[in-house]
Design a protein around this ligand. Sequence first.
Ligand SMILES: Cc1ncc(COP(=O)(O)O)c(C=O)c1O
Length: 376
Amino acid sequence: MKHKLKFADHILAEIRKENLYRQLRYGKVHGPFITFNSKSLVNFCSNDYLGLSGVVPQSQLQSSSRLVSGNDVSFKKLEGTLAKHKSQESSLIFPTGYMANLGTISALTQKGDIILSDELNHASIIEACRLGTAKTVIYKHNNAEDLEKKLRKHDGARKFIITEGIFSMDGDFAALGQISEISGKHGAILVLDDAHGDFTVGPDGRGSASHFGVEKKIDVYTSSLSKGLGAFGGYVASDDSVIQLCINRARSFIYTSALPSFLVDLALNRIGQDREKRQKKLQQNVSMLSCGLERIGYQINSETHIIPIIIGNEKTALEFGRYLYDNGIFAQPIRYPTVAKNSARIRVSVTAWLTKTQIQTALRVFEKAGKKFGIL
Ligand SMILES: Cc1ncc(COP(=O)(O)O)c(C=O)c1O
């Protein structure tokens, strides 16, 4: 167990002392029954008031929180797989990645703590910081120097650094080599939201940290199952005490219905599905599109499958998007407040689905659009 995360054990001991400790129980819901191991009980915990969940083909919906009767056995298997995938002791599935960030960050941080958050972090991280009682300090985007300067100012406090692995609107990698080194130097707890890097980059798709070879320096991972994995849900992976603390304190885990078990099964299936081949194809498509865009004359600052074409003006970005749409290319313009004013962009995301011909066609449209709107 990481020494830095020992505080989670102390909080858990307090919760136990007050007889308030919660534990998960894995069961299987079938109609009015719920089975734990081989013991079948009549389920008086379900919120499936009209008994409608049974009409979903080959599956049941739990219709309850995981701490009540919604904790299907499939969660255990997926959580074990995800923990291994991230080389962590344990993991915990939330209904979405957004909720994983909300719950994890607010459960881990408390009054007196300092959260250092990248200025371009995702809305779910921003909301999570607002939810808690810790003080949030924003550091300049991916700027290790600014981060260290701000860490130094808060010597003595427990510090959390939170960054995305691949930034969702800019497509750049976090400087995880430098950030993890600084984090270690200052004894900070490094939280990595790898929603866009998970399953898509690094050896075996283990994500951004493994891409940089710094997996072991990450203290807490949050991620989404609905991006690289093409399934649904979110999760946190870390030391077991952090996971137990989330089970006991993360309100977006406790006070909401469990992810339906067929989605858990879907994620489990997807993890194995020719992932390696798809990751390779994705890389090829990324190279083809970004090299093609550069050849046309666009300035590309992304090395990943998220490639923003910066337009600036919001109106031009909308017209640019409309032109793409009219020419068979769907790439959404992104504007304030998702990005700063006057930094509107077309967010191009590359997938392994795309064929060479489709990319070539898109490049021709991007070239015409760039010239028409004065970007090239
Ligand atoms: C960086 C980042 N974190 C978290 C999320 C939330 O994930 P989910 O869609 O599973 O709620 C997103 C989704 O857009 C994201 O971009």
